[in-house]
Structures are given as structure tokens and as C-alpha cells.
Design a protein around this ligand. Structure first.
Ligand code: NFE
Ligand code: MG
Length: 509
């Protein structure tokens, strides 16, 4: 048995350690560990619940809007406001979350994952007229290759023209992401970490000029997604078709549902093996800590009763991620899971997009349960969200209220279950004496990147790696391509911070 260790995996969010043991060219055993911890849930304890939608965004700079949204939804419920948030507030939360989805998905594809398939050094020989490509080519010809190296070498299959076109889109995507942030900031004041999503709605005002500006941004992004992102995924698919066979996950897909438009991305649990779709029962969600750096005795707890007691160096543990389970079993979350659930539920927009992509790529539906399938699902989701958000913007009502006046209850409990770019996101809060008594966030990468649970069952990313080929152990492309297809964010998914160079855990007092 041979072992490959990749630590840290680059071009993902946060810090991930991966070990694969392989024999006869196949992965026999994989272990994925989050190497940092975060302490935000502990920081929230004892605070005014109205502050949490602002503070919870600090869990992550990539998907802060999802945390603001989940937190506000949890608080709405704990404050007894379910169903009372003004329509403008509901729509603005959707529009702002959608803007964050677009930014995050485009970031993931162009600036992180596509570089596993696109050879940027192709620009070194560029002698055409494009000034951006010329500048990039000059840098590369002078040997200035960062941030593109070090990288694995060998398996780059696109033609020189395809590589250059993709690099051009890499550069264009930087501007598109900036525009997505500006669109969100129209209603949020700033981004990342906007300042308007609140308990009871959104503390801004809708005006016709903001609506017009937002629609213009969204239209431009739709154009980029149609003309660049979706075709680039198909281009990579045609050169790397074996990646529709690689990276098959646990084939159990979970979505809590996201965005208020009925039927677009509904919640559900879809099991591919028996083609079965079930509604989500939140009481069936639990977390195990057997292989995680948390004190034993907290296996199988529902997140509303979850405990975060760090136990660094715990015997046998290998991750700062807990192991969330549904009915005791691991589930994949993310755009692919949302598409699978929505497709099975009959969402018209999703069916049309998925059927079109399968026809264009010449694949059947089940091939989407793969490394390339995750990229395809993310691109389609970006397209659907960018188109739909224009309708949501146009439903906003200038001059009408966006937020309720709220009072902090003495006691309350709430769950905010929604979708982040990377998948199902849940926040759970308990309020006592007008303060936060307990807070737990179970984030998408905790689902996907979880370690083995108390029964020893590997997490979805580990399962996706196990059984896959390793053609060149010195350049294990299969491992990093599969890991990156999940778009893991370890910043979101771990629990506490450790100052460099010491064994102490830093905990807020
Ligand atoms: Ni830090 Fe996040 C998203 C959340 S991570 S990016 O999307 O929640 O799993
Ligand atoms: Mg597998």
C-alpha cells in the first residue's frame, strides 16, 4: 500500500489535508481532514440575537451572504416572525444571496478549479493582439508563474487556442465577480459582509434606480455565463470525458431548498440507488465527533443541542470538521445535489437546463454523479440563478417596507435552513434571557468534507476518492480534481482557531 499526502490542498477555500492510500493504481482508503478550527459559534453565546446576522457572515468571506440569510431565518423563527417578513425583505434576501451565488460559482470555476484542466503556461507563446493575453504571456515568458505554480504536471489536454480562450475568460471573470459584488452592495451597502440583512427583513429602501442597476448587472452576468462559463465547462468535458466516470460520490443528495420562488430549488433527499425522493425531516440531522477534534460523548446530537468542546490531539481523530449525518448516513450537498433534488421534483427550469446539458455533452443523467458533473451542475445553477434573479428584482416594490420592527423575545428557538453556494446550510439558535444561549451552524463543507462517523463510514469526499484510479502517484490529478469539484470551503466548516506555533486553543472568553 502506498500513501500520497497533500497538505494543504491549494486552490480551495481554507485548509484541507488529504491522505490517500493506493494499491494497484486505485485508491483504497482516503482521509480528508480540516486542519483549522473556528470559534464563531462560541463567540455568539451571550450576545444580543439581533447582532448575529451581521456577525455570522464572518464565518466566511466567500459565502457570507448565505450565513447572513440562514442566521436571519433562524432568528425570524426564534422571534416568532415566520411568514411576517415583508415581501420586499424576502425578495431582497433572495436577490442578495443570488448575487453571492454568482460571484462564488464563477470564482470557483475560473480562479480555482479550471486550472486543473487549463494550461495557463500556453499564454507564454501568445503573439496575437489581445492586450490582456499579451501581458499575461509576458509575465509567464519571464518565468513569473505564480499563482499558477507549483501544480501537478502532465495531464493537460486542451489545444493552445482553447487554453488561451479559457485564460481570457479567467481574466474577464475577475471583473464579472466584481460586478456581482457591486450588485449585492446596491442593497447591502458593501460586500463582502454587507450590513442590511436583519432579523425581520432587510434594512434598506427599494428605489427604481437601484432596481434598474441590479437588472443591468444581472443581464451582463447572464451573458458571461451563456457565452463563456457553460461553453467552457462543455469544452473541458469534451477533452476530459473520463471525469464523468471519476469521483462518484455517496449518491445520496441533500438540499434544504433555497430561494423563496416555489418549486425552483425545493428541499429534498434524493437517493440515486433506488431513485427515491423524500422530504427533509430536520429532526433526522445529527453530528458525530468520533473522528473529530471534539470531546467524546457528543455523537449523534441534533445541531440544536450540538456542543463545540475542542479536544486537540484527540486519539484517533483527524479533522476539525464534525461528521453531519441524515438518518445516520452521509449526504452530498451542493449544486449537484440541488439539481438532482430539483430535477426529481419536476422543477421546470432545472429540467430544461440539465436535459440540454446532457444532450450537448452526450451523456446520460447518472454521469452527472461525478467530478465533471459537479462542475456542470454548478455552471447550470449559475445560469438559472442569474436569469431568475432578474424576475425577483422586478417584483420589488419601491417605497414599500423591507423590514419589521422587532423585539427580542425572552426565550425562543429557531432553525434557518437554506442553501449556500456550496450546498445545504443550517443555523440553529436557542435564545434565553434575551441572549443567545446556544448557536450551531452546520455548513455545506461539513457535510461534504466530513471525516468518518462513529460507525466508521467515510464522508462524501472520502467516498468519492475511494475506488478511483491514480495514474501517476507523483501527479495525482484525480485526487485534486475530485476534491476541487466539491468546491470545499474549510473556513466555513471548521470550528475554532489555533494561534500559530502553540498547542493552545484560542477561545473567546
Ligand atoms: Ni466559506 Fe460556505 C458556502 C457556507 S462552505 S464558503 O458556500 O456555508 O461549505
Ligand atoms: Mg468513489
Amino acid at each position: 500500500m502506498h500513501k500520497i499526502t497533500i497538505d494543504p490542498v491549494t486552490r480551495i477555500e481554507g485548509h484541507l489535508h488529504v491522505e490517500v492510500e493506493h494499491e494497484d493504481g486505485r485508491v483504497a482508503r482516503a482521509r480528508c481532514g480540516g486542519t483549522m478550527a473556528r470559534g464563531l459559534e462560541l463567540i455568539f453565546g451571550g450576545r444580543d440575537p439581533r447582532d448575529i446576522p451581521i456577525l455570522a457572515q464572518r464565518i466566511c468571506g466567500v459565502c457570507p451572504q448565505a450565513h447572513a440569510t440562514a442566521s436571519a431565518l433562524a432568528m425570524d423563527q426564534a422571534f416568532g416572525l415566520d411568514g411576517q417578513v415583508p415581501l420586499n425583505g424576502v425578495l431582497l434576501r433572495d436577490v442578495m444571496l443570488a448575487a453571492n451565488f454568482l460571484q462564488s460559482h464563477i470564482l470557483h470555476f475560473y480562479h480555482l478549479a479550471a486550472l486543473d484542466y487549463v494550461d495557463v503556461t500556453a499564454a507564454a507563446g501568445y503573439d496575437g493582439d489581445d492586450p490582456d493575453l499579451r501581458a499575461t504571456g509576458d509575465f509567464i515568458a519571464r518565468g513569473v508563474l505564480q499563482p499558477f505554480v507549483p501544480r501537478y504536471e502532465g495531464d493537460y489536454r486542451l489545444s493552445a487556442e482553447q487554453n488561451l480562450a479559457a485564460l481570457k475568460h479567467y481574466l474577464a471573470a475577475l471583473q464579472v465577480r466584481k460586478n456581482a459584488h457591486e450588485m449585492l452592495a446596491l442593497f447591502g451597502g458593501k460586500m463582502p459582509h454587507q450590513c442590511t440583512v436583519a432579523v425581520g427583513g432587510v434594512t434598506t429602501q427599494v428605489t427604481a434606480d437601484k432596481m434598474a442597476a441590479a437588472v443591468t448587472y444581472a443581464r451582463e452576468i447572464v451573458e458571461f455565463v451563456q457565452q463563456c462559463y457553460v461553453p467552457d465547462v462543455l469544452m473541458i468535458a469534451s477533452a476530459y470525458p473520463d471525469y464523468f466516470e471519476i469521483g462518484r460520490g455517496c449518491a445520496r443528495f441533500l438540499s434544504y431548498g433555497v430561494f423563496s420562488e416555489e418549486g425552483l430549488f425545493p428541499g429534498g433527499l434524493f437517493e440515486l440507488s433506488d431513485d427515491r425522493l423524500c422530504p427533509v425531516r430536520p429532526d433526522r440531522i445529527t453530528e458525530d465527533v468520533r473522528n473529530s477534534y471534539y470531546a467524546d460523548g457528543a455523537d449523534g446530537l441534533h445541531p440544536s443541542e450540538g456542543r463545540t468542546e475542542p479536544a486537540p490531539g484527540k486519539e484517533g481523530a483527524y479533522s476539525w470538521l464534525k461528521a453531519p449525518r441524515y438518518d445516520g448516513r452521509p449526504c452530498e450537498v451542493g449544486p449537484l445535489a440541488r439539481m438532482a433534488v430539483a430535477y426529481k421534483s419536476g422543477s421546470a427550469a432545472v429540467r430544461e437546463a440539465v436535459d440540454g446539458l446532457c444532450a450537448a455533452a452526450g451523456i446520460g443523467l447518472t454521469a452527472l454523479n461525478s467530478t465533471l458533473g459537479r462542475h456542470a451542475a454548478r455552471a447550470l445553477e449559475t445560469h438559472i440563478v442569474a436569469r431568475k434573479m432578474q424576475e425577483w428584482i422586478l417584483k420589488l416594490q419601491p417605497g414599500e417596507p423591507c423590514v419589521l420592527k422587532v423585539e427580542v423575545p425572552q426565550e425562543g428557538q429557531g432553525a434557518g435552513m437554506t442553501g449556500a453556494p456550496r450546498g445545504a446550510l443550517g443555523h440553529w439558535v436557542t435564545i434565553r434571557d434575551h441572549k443567545v444561549a446556544n448557536y450551531q451552524a452546520v455548513v455545506p463543507t461539513t457535510w461534504n468534507g466530513s471525516p468518518r462517523d462513529a460507525a466508521g463510514v467515510p464522508g462524501p469526499m472520502e467516498q468519492a476518492l475511494e475506488g478511483d484510479v491514480i495514474r501517476d502517484p507523483d501527479n495525482p490529478f484525480e485526487v485534486v480534481r475530485t476534491i476541487r469539484s466539491f468546491d470545499p470551503c474549510l473556513a466555513c466548516s471548521v470550528h475554532i482557531a489555533r494561534p500559530k506555533g502553540t498547542q493552545e486553543i484560542f477561545l473567546p472568553v
